[in-house]
Structure formats: C-alpha cells, structure tokens
Design a protein around this ligand. Structure first.
Ligand SMILES: [Zn+2]
Ligand SMILES: [Zn+2]
Length: 336
C-alpha cells in the first residue's frame, strides 16, 4: 500500500467545469489539504477496520453456503444470483456510471433504455439521484461538497473510521438530495430517462420479484421461490450494494495511486472482478471519461470488455478508449 506522490494538484482535462465553491477552510487535518498527505496512512487501526468491515460479512456469507447447500441453496439459486448480479452490476458500471454520468460512449436508443433499466434494477436509487450524486462526487472529490468522501472528518484514526462508515453507506441516509437541475439537466430533458427515473419503484419490485418467479416456476415449488428470493434477490442486492459502496469508501482510502489524481482515489486490485473493473478508481479520477478504467497490463475490466462487445455489435459508438498519447500525458503528470 503506497500513497501517491505528494504532487501539487494537477489540472484535469476532462473534469466538469471549475467548482464554484472556494477552497474550504483549511482546518488542521481536513480533507481540503490535498498536498499534505503526511502520516494518515501509517495508522494501522483504520487500515484493519476497513478490511474487517469490507470482508468479514462476505466471509460469513460464504461460510453459510455449505450450511445451506442441498436444502436452502441449489445450483439454480447460484445461477440466478450470478445472472442478476452481472446484469444489474453492469447496469450500474457501464450504464449509470460510464455512460450516463461520464459520457464515455454514445449508445443507440434501445441500449440506452436497457442500461437505464438494468442500472435501476441494482436498487441504488433512481437514475437522476445516482448520476447527480456521482457527478458531484467528481466535482468536489474528497473536498467539501463531495457527498461521500471518507476524509470528510479528518485524518485521525477515529475520524477515518467515521469517514469510512460515512463514505461506505452512512451518506445515503442524508435526506438532502443533490440538485438535479444543476447536475443532471441532460437526463431531465430526456423523455426516456424521465420515464426510467419515475419507474424506479416498479423496477425495484421487478428486480426483487423476478428471481423467485423464475425459481418457483423452474422447480415448480414454493420453496424454490423462497430460496431464489433469499439468494438471488436479497443477498444479490446486498452484494452489489457493498461492492459499489466499496468504490466510494475503500477506493478512496487504501490502495495505490499510480495516476496521481488530484483527490485520494486509489486502485484496489482485490475488488477488480466483483466491481467489474470499477476499482481501478485512481485512473478513473485521473481520466473520468475514459471507457476503460483498468488500463494497465493484467488489469481486468469487465465493464470495458462489455463496452468493447457493444461496440463490435454496433450498439455503441464514439467510445473514449484510452490512447497511448493520453496515458502518456497522465503518466507524465503523475510523475511531475
Ligand atoms: Zn471516486
Ligand atoms: Zn465516476
């Protein structure tokens, strides 16, 4: 685990317009002191807490699998869980994130609607809430105004534990919603996306009801519906939530910063597969519109692969793939 070079904040070519918010008051240890990365990552306590919070619930879940196997879990449940996980996760990563938030490619209307529907079925909020929060996150990344920075409360161990909770899921309990007129005028102007946004409740019902309906019909039993609902609806939504939230918490706390973004985003290889490539988050903050986040050798990025496939099928165009020249510029900036 290394921190990035303590370089001065660099200018980002592909970021949203300059923030109207002036520099936050530079209280000691606040998230605004971007150049002062001193000793906050040396503390072992928050490091350990991050790993415990992130992985113990997963380990407990997987420990339950053999206990349930044969009576409360079947291959059909596993298949449904995996299928709905991939569908809804890609809806978020390819759809809500890389396409709707950052415009990493252009999509034909049918695919655009499908991505909006699949992303909504991840039950992470209606599309305009999700996109508005995330654009705001990039605009203020790790500074005052960022809806979910783990650095919001300072750099002491206690502040980082609190910050981890806030960044991971505490922030979603804040009732004040991000301004959609300001952050998502494009989605407000799009009739298809207005429909998808309004349909969020029904898409949530669909997302939770489809697995038990399939499980019940295939096994022709109520019990088959119950186990499919438990694993492929409840557990699956829980998994996608925590993996997506980990990008906000873990991928701004620990990991490598090879691309020297002006915030504290990191690359976390351990989450590359479950997050469908989103955990190459340091590159993403350095180059937000890039369709591919895992740009290094061996950096698996399933979302980028999916976009590549869509491009081959002719469903998307104008894909913003990373070029040697662009990566060279980013690398030079990171080394500066
Ligand atoms: Zn981020
Ligand atoms: Zn982003």
């Amino acid at each position: 685990m290394t921190s990035g070079p303590a370089s001065p904040p660099a200018e980002l070519p592909a970021e949203p317009p300059a923030s109207p918010v002036t520099e936050p008051p530079a209280t000691d240890g606040s998230a605004s002191k971007q150049g002062d990365l001193s000793d906050h990552e040396r503390h072992i306590a928050p490091h350990v807490m991050v790993y415990l919070f992130a992985f113990v619930p997963f380990v407990a879940l997987f420990a339950a699998v053999p206990l349930a196997w044969g009576w409360g879990l079947s291959w059909l449940d596993v298949g449904l869980t995996a299928g709905f996980y991939v569908l809804t996760m890609l809806g978020v990563t390819v759809g809500f994130h890389r396409y709707f938030t950052h415009g990493a490619f252009r999509a034909r209307r049918g695919l655009r609607i499908a991505l909006g529907v699949a992303g909504s079925m991840a039950v992470q909020g209606p599309i305009r809430h999700w996109v508005a929060d995330h654009r705001r996150h990039h605009l203020f990344a790790d500074k005052e105004g960022d809806p979910h920075s783990p650095w919001a409360f300072g750099t002491s161990p206690a502040a980082l534990v609190r910050g981890f909770w806030h960044a991971h899921m505490g922030w979603i309990f804040d009732r004040s919603l991000t301004n959609q007129q300001r952050f998502t005028p494009d989605l407000l102007a799009d009739p298809d996306m207005r429909f998808v946004h309004r349909a969020f409740t029904w898409l949530t019902v669909l997302s939770l009801a489809a697995p038990p309906v399939i499980g019940g019909l295939v096994t022709w039993s109520w019990w088959g519906a119950v186990t499919a609902f438990f694993w492929a609806s409840l557990v699956r939504v829980g998994l996608t939530h925590h993996v997506a939230w980990s990008t906000n918490s873990i991928c701004h706390l620990v990991g490598e910063r090879p691309w020297g973004a002006r915030d504290r985003s990191t690359n976390v290889w351990l989450l590359a597969i479950p997050s469908m490539g989103e955990s190459w988050h340091n590159l993403h903050h350095a180059d937000p519109t890039s369709a591919r986040h895992g740009v290094g050798r061996g950096q698996l990025d399933i979302s980028a692969r999916t976009i590549w496939l869509f491009e081959k099928l002719g469903w998307v165009s104008h894909v913003k793939w990373p070029t040697e020249r662009r990566l060279g510029r980013l690398a030079a900036r990171a080394a500066a």
